[in-house]
Design a protein around this ligand. Structure first.
Ligand SMILES: *[C@@H]1O[C@H](CO)[C@@H](O)[C@H](O)[C@H]1NC(C)=O
Length: 426
């Protein structure tokens, strides 16, 4: 009976050795590091802990830049998009823990990380909190797959284990089919089979040093149910000329809703069974208004969040399409050329904290999946839709009707931290 959301996400970074030795005695000098960040969701705490706050703030600052940049790149493409800036942030932070010198400085600046000791403690807290969010399923897992024989520094392994709750396993990358199978099986397990594979055997080779994986699985029920019987096919205006019939859910109920006339947009917030997690739908006023919104995404999403936080719930007749989408983003160029992280991808990369064997980042791939539907979920027999009592000073407003019937954004956030951003254009 409840709308069930599933979010899956994955990021894959591949680090490649930047110095190929002619010395055949040392196969390890041909190295390739794959950072395979898989699936991601996110969290943010209201803790006094300075380190935690610093890391959460850093993640959110990075998210804003990330979304703006990826959004702009994707603007022209008439495709749906699901992405998790948080996942990218965690994967890159894991890499950054092994960086040194100017490479490390670049990471700290772009990821907005505090000092090394603070960021380790901060991530330890953040990941711990994320894995203990009640009423929804949010699971974040990390794992380091080390090529048999590759010399990873013990301090790095220990830091990942202690602060990122990362498991460590040794894999024989020369058996690439088997190695891919081991990594993909782990990814599948951590994402409830939602992402079948993150690496292909062809991505792996004897020269591979390690794969660093981060998996996040999110499944949440709305705080307030949609009635599946109210779902009907309704027109969705893909653009000024194209109309499609899409299954559209309907619910009349109380929601936080704001209009942003200065941005020609409206926002509505749909809480999950845990009131700290919600989905914000940002709908442009115009059928073809999404491009302009994405251009100003930073201001629009900030404005939206600030205004929603201040507003009261009001009665809304909401028409929202069910949707399901999956994206694969190749983020290497975005990170190195647009977000200010060139050095980790260059031959001057310094990952001295990971290994004495020189390595650089080769690829960062993010895979993500989201599904919004109204099938029941045993996990959350949520009772009692929360209706905020209106203060006596507050006069009920006329119910408004919000029809989400042209391209829009759906942003999942936890305590103000962006977990996922979805663009639905159909
Ligand atoms: C979790 O669900 C229970 C029961 O519906 C509710 O009382 C509680 O407030 C929820 N927790 C959060 C953080 O929303």
């Amino acid at each position: 009976m409840f709308v069930r959301r599933l979010v899956l996400h994955s990021t894959c970074l591949t680090l490649e050795g930047n110095e190929f030795s002619m010395d055949k005695m040392c196969a390890l000098q041909k190295t390739l590091l794959a950072f395979c960040l898989f699936a991601s969701a996110m969290a943010s705490p209201i803790e006094t802990d300075v380190a935690l706050q610093a890391v959460a703030q850093g993640a959110q600052l990075f998210s804003v830049n990330f979304i703006k940049t990826v959004g702009a790149e994707q603007k022209e493409q008439e495709n749906n998009l699901i992405s998790s800036p948080l996942s990218a942030h965690i994967a890159l932070s894991m890499a950054s823990e092994g960086a040194a010198g100017t490479t490390e400085a670049q990471f700290r600046e772009v990821l907005n990380l505090p000092s090394k000791s603070q960021s380790l403690i901060g991530f330890q807290n953040l990941i711990g909190i994320l894995n203990n969010v009640e009423n929804v399923t949010l699971k974040l897992a990390n794992k380091l797959f080390i090529g048999e024989g590759f010399p990873v520094k013990s301090q790095y392994k220990q830091d990942l284990q202690t602060y990122y709750y990362s498991d460590i396993a040794s894999v024989d990358f020369s058996q690439n089919v088997n190695a891919a199978n081991i990594i993909n099986t782990w990814c599948k397990e951590k994402t409830n089979n939602r992402i079948e594979s993150i690496v292909e055997p062809g991505d792996l080779s004897p020269s591979l040093a390690l794969v660093l994986a981060n998996a996040v699985y999110f499944k949440g029920n709305w705080a307030n149910q949609f009635d599946p019987k109210a779902t009907t096919d309704r027109p969705f205006h893909v653009n000024a000329n194209t109309v499609k019939q899409v299954p559209t859910m309907y619910r009349k109920g109380n929601y936080k809703y704001v209009e942003l006339p200065e941005h020609k947009a409206k926002c509505i917030e749909l809480p999950y069974a845990n009131s700290e997690i919600s989905m914000v739908i940002v709908l442009p006023d115009e059928v073809d208004g999404l491009g302009a919104l994405i251009n100003n995404l930073e201001q629009v999403s900030t404005e939206c969040n600030v205004r929603l936080a201040r507003s009261y719930e009001r009665e809304v007749k909401l028409y929202l399409p069910k949707f399901k989408t999956e994206s694969t983003l190749n983020l290497g160029d975005t990170l190195s050329k647009k977000l200010g992280l060139p050095e980790p991808f260059s031959n001057s990369a310094n990952f001295n904290g990971i290994s004495d064997v020189p390595v650089k980042i080769d690829k960062v791939i993010q895979k993500a999946f989201i599904e919004v539907n109204e099938e029941g979920s045993e996990a959350a027999a949520v009772t009692g839709a929360s209706v905020r009592p209106l203060s006596s000073m507050w006069k009920p407003l006329e119910p408004i009707t919000l029809e989400v019937k042209h391209p829009f954004l759906a942003i999942v956030k936890y305590n103000g931290l962006t977990l996922f951003i979805t663009k639905i254009v159909w």
